[in-house]
Design a protein around this ligand. Structure first.
Ligand SMILES: Cc1cc2nc3c(=O)[nH]c(=O)nc-3n(C[C@H](O)[C@H](O)[C@H](O)COP(=O)(O)OP(=O)(O)OC[C@H]3O[C@@H](n4cnc5c(N)ncnc54)[C@H](O)[C@@H]3O)c2cc1C
Ligand code: SF4
Length: 318
């Protein structure tokens, strides 16, 4: 196993990627060899789906994490046809989706399986309700949306924001630490139940050739490369994976133990919140999902007082 830190040398691609943009380096290489890339994007209704991409220009549709369990649909049948016609294929997804593709196609030199480090993925039904309500509260519909970014880095890689831009030019943007969809996700209420017993963790569970994640803990492990623009941690697990990451300029080599101490999702499933079952029962019965996210994961009085104190302190320091 090889564990490296890296980023995309193209600053624009790095900015539009969740971490350092290494996914785009691997994907470009496959497309330039005439191959196909499968990954997660939005459809025309802003639902989260797996897509097949054939050109470097369209790779932007897959760039960036969408924190929703994607609809994988007919992807396996399309991969089958691509492999049978001798094309190279790169498939990216969560570790459980990658394991399902590995089970179907086995080891194949033309198939590169790339997973994201996965702390858990929210059920699509929560995303569908959230985005509907967000639009309705602004007197708009999903057709009025121009773009959605779960990892808007204009406020920095570590302090990223959730941003929706509407076609009329209005913008909804909040730091992820304050956005209720992201808070319910990061506090594990909206995760699929299977995520709490995820068997696809390192060191033994992964079935991928390559794993990509955020290099959280960079300020402790490699402060010399920490510039808050985003760095990807890349784990090559198989010979195919090691061969593919040769083309990437590495900024440092690490051990699995070093990186997982700051990124527990690499090795451990999330813990089920005590009130998870009550949350899902209430979610099925309630009309207002944003209100429910607020009830279970909203900013509580103590947290907002701490936040206020932090902001005052940072102003005094300036
Ligand atoms: C649900 C989810 C949970 C995650 N949890 C963690 C975590 O706990 N710790 C961590 O370090 N990293 C996590 N990540 C991964 C991280 O956010 C970055 O995707 C990863 O670091 C790669 O970044 P990049 O800059 O190299 O490329 P990017 O351009 O950001 O990578 C995009 C890649 O992510 C894939 N992708 C996007 N949305 C989804 C989705 N819904 N399901 C499956 N694949 C998707 C795309 O197909 C593409 O391959 C998570 C990602 C997702 C989708
Ligand atoms: S945590 Fe495991 S089961 Fe849940 S989406 Fe991620 S890989 Fe799949």
């Amino acid at each position: 196993m090889v564990v490296i830190a890296a980023h995309n040398p193209d600053g624009e691609v790095r900015k539009n990627s969740s971490a350092g943009g290494v996914f785009s380096i691997l994907a470009r290489n496959v497309i330039e060899q005439g191959g196909k890339v499968y990954g997660v994007g939005f459809n025309s209704r802003w639902s989260v789906v797996h897509k097949r991409i054939s050109s470097v220009e369209n790779l932007s549709e897959l760039r960036g994490s969408k924190y929703v369990f994607s609809d994988i649909n007919t992807t396996a049948a399309l991969i089958d046809a691509d492999l049978k016609s001798g094309k190279k294929v790169l498939f990216t997804g969560t570790p459980c989706q990658v394991a399902a593709i590995r089970k179907r196609f086995g080891e194949n030199d033309n198939l590169l399986l790339v997973e994201v480090v996965c702390h858990g993925a929210p059920e699509a039904k929560y995303w569908e309700r959230y985005i509907n309500e967000l639009c309705e509260n602004r007197g708009m519909t999903r057709d009025d949306i121009a773009s959605i970014n779960f990892r808007d880095k204009s406020t920095g890689w570590k302090g990223y924001s959730f941003t929706v831009v509407f076609k009329n030019g209005s913008v909804f943007t909040q730091p992820a630490s304050k956005n209720l969809y992201m808070r319910a996700f990061l506090r594990d209420y909206t995760l699929r139940k299977a995520c709490f017993r995820c068997p696809f963790k390192y060191p033994d569970g992964s079935k991928a050739d390559v794993t990509l994640g955020d290099f959280w803990g960079i300020e402790n492990l490699a402060p010399q490369i920490d510039n808050n623009l985003g760095t990807t941690i890349v784990i090559a697990r198989t010979e195919n994976g090691k061969c593919c990451i040769n083309m990437i300029d590495k900024e440092g080599c690490f051990t699995l133990e070093q990186v997982s101490q700051y990124n527990p999702a690499i090795t451990h499933p999330a813990s089920q919140p005590l009130k998870y079952e009550t949350f899902i029962r209430e979610a099925d019965a309630c009309e207002n999902i944003i209100g429910l996210f607020d009830k279970y994961a909203g900013i509580k009085r103590l947290e907002s007082l701490k936040d206020f104190a932090r902001r005052i302190l940072s102003r005094i320091k300036k």
